[in-house]
Design a protein. Structure first.
Ligand SMILES: Cc1cc2nc3c(=O)[nH]c(=O)nc-3n(C[C@H](O)[C@H](O)[C@H](O)COP(=O)(O)OP(=O)(O)OC[C@H]3O[C@@H](n4cnc5c(N)ncnc54)[C@H](O)[C@@H]3O)c2cc1C
Length: 405
């Protein structure tokens, strides 16, 4: 079997691998990119409901989890949100902002894939698509990478194989075992950006309804995370951006279960007395009508049913003690949430290749010279909002900019 030879082989053509290959090739290296799929892009096509929420205006350490979160600081100091926006502007992909999130102007994630394809081709990157890497070795400064049908050799290797999430279509356990083969350690892995499952789910009938709420994640007696935004009721529990961000914290702590406190009133009232004064202004209103001013009517019904309060009761007929029960339910509803452990449903993997073993200024392995890692294969996961693609592109860029330098 003939062995094609390259300066750099990149395994995985998702955002991290594609960016790495483009940058290394721009610097004059002969680069091969390998992917088990027939098209480049990795998970890009499915991101942001196929609109691709590519990055975020407000990126900070707090948006990420990982055993060594400081790693992120170095990464974004080298390739930031504005660097990514500029990269796509030069590639004729305009971006627009929705609140703090950026999307391609076309509203289609495929535009981003096409731009990367064009860049790869323009820089004469070689492709091996539909090829799953089954092994990689290093001997006497040469990497040998094997797929089912071909063997390739190179001076440098970049592992950009993504995580375990959505594993049927995109994921890799392969990248993690390659990393271990090269002497790297892995932190425990759990699905992230996923839903919470609730046993005896009193909100089951609300599947498909979404509402604004503030969630507090409680571990022991400590409130470990607080976030406000939309939550979505599902048949099995709750989901939506706020829940997904919470799931990253739970996964990071390797907890299967946690207590969650939900404030459906979103801090609308400073305390019970204020709430009580407010509702007492409308003595003749039905309690259902009044509560539905603050939360969806269907949720108000479930809450009242749960407290055995007749929804047709007028406010004046409700005793203050019952009003307090209602207030407590609406502002500090406690549920036991279980992390959805199905990697097929989590958008990212929390955990991965230990970042202590990677140089954050180059993405080079501290264990094997000329071996690089980028993207989700690393033990860093971000919140919903473009944080994961930015991390993948940034680390890919840094690896490509430093490979063989
Ligand atoms: C439904 C969904 C929506 C999301 N939405 C967003 C969003 O809007 N914004 C955001 O920032 N993030 C989002 N994410 C997360 C984001 O997609 C990932 O964090 C990002 O794609 C990771 O990039 P990557 O290059 O590291 O890995 P990937 O995109 O997973 O690419 C890895 C590539 O490696 C290939 N590969 C793996 N193993 C091998 C092997 N052995 N041989 C050959 N090829 C291999 C895979 O086929 C894949 O193409 C979303 C994720 C999902 C699942």
């Amino acid at each position: 079997m003939t062995k094609r030879s390259f300066d750099l082989i990149v395994i995985g053509a998702g955002p991290a691998g594609s960016m790495c290959a483009v940058k290394a090739a721009e610097r004059g290296n002969k680069v091969l990119i390998i992917d088990k799929n027939q098209r480049i892009g990795g998970k890009i096509p499915v991101t942001g409901n196929s609109r691709c929420n590519i990055t975020n205006e407000n990126i900070s350490l707090e948006n990420y989890v990982g055993k060594n979160r400081d790693f992120v600081r170095n990464v974004f100091a080298l390739f930031s949100t504005s660097s990514l926006i500029e990269f796509f502007r030069e590639s004729s992909v305009g971006l627009y902002r929705e609140k703090d999130r950026y999307y391609p102007l076309s509203g289609k994630s495929i535009t981003v894939v096409e731009a990367l394809e064009t860049k790869l081709k323009k820089n004469n990157v070689d492709f091996a698509l539909g090829a799953t890497v089954v092994s990689a070795e290093k001997s006497k400064s040469v990497f040998t990478v094997e797929s089912a049908s071909e063997i390739f050799i190179s001076k440098a290797l970049a592992i950009c194989t993504g995580g375990k999430s959505y594993s049927k279509a995109f994921g890799s356990g392969g990248g993690f075992s390659l990393a271990q083969h090269f002497g790297h350690s892995l932190t425990p892995m759990n699905p992230g950006l996923t839903s919470f499952l609730i046993k005896d789910n009193i909100f089951k009938s609300l599947a498909g309804v979404s509402t604004e709420a503030t969630l507090s994640l409680i571990s022991g007696k400590k409130n470990i995370y607080l976030k406000s935004g939309p939550i979505l009721f599902t048949h099995f529990g709750i989901s939506g951006p706020v829940v997904m961000d919470c799931s990253n914290r739970l996964a990071q702590l390797e907890l299967q279960t946690a207590e969650i406190s939900i404030d459906f009133l979103n801090n609308a009232f400073s305390d019970f007395e204020t709430f009580y004064r407010e509702i007492s202004f409308y003595p003749k209103n039905s309690i259902l009508k009044l509560i539905s001013r603050y939360i969806p009517n269907s949720l108000a019904r479930v809450v009242l049913r749960n407290l055995s309060i007749d929804e047709t009761s007028v406010v004046s007929s409700i005793k203050k003690t019952r009003a307090r029960e209602l207030y407590d339910f609406l502002t500090a509803n406690r549920i036991t949430a279980h992390l959805n452990k199905n990697f097929e449903e989590g958008q990212v993997t929390v955990g991965g290749v230990k970042t202590d073993e990677i140089n954050p200024k180059t993405m080079e392995s501290k264990k094997v010279k000329n071996l690089y890692f980028a993207g989700e294969v690393l033990d860093i996961a971000g919140d919903c909002g473009g944080y994961n693609l930015q991390f993948a592109f940034s680390t890919g860029y840094i690896a490509g900019n430093n490979a063989l330098s």
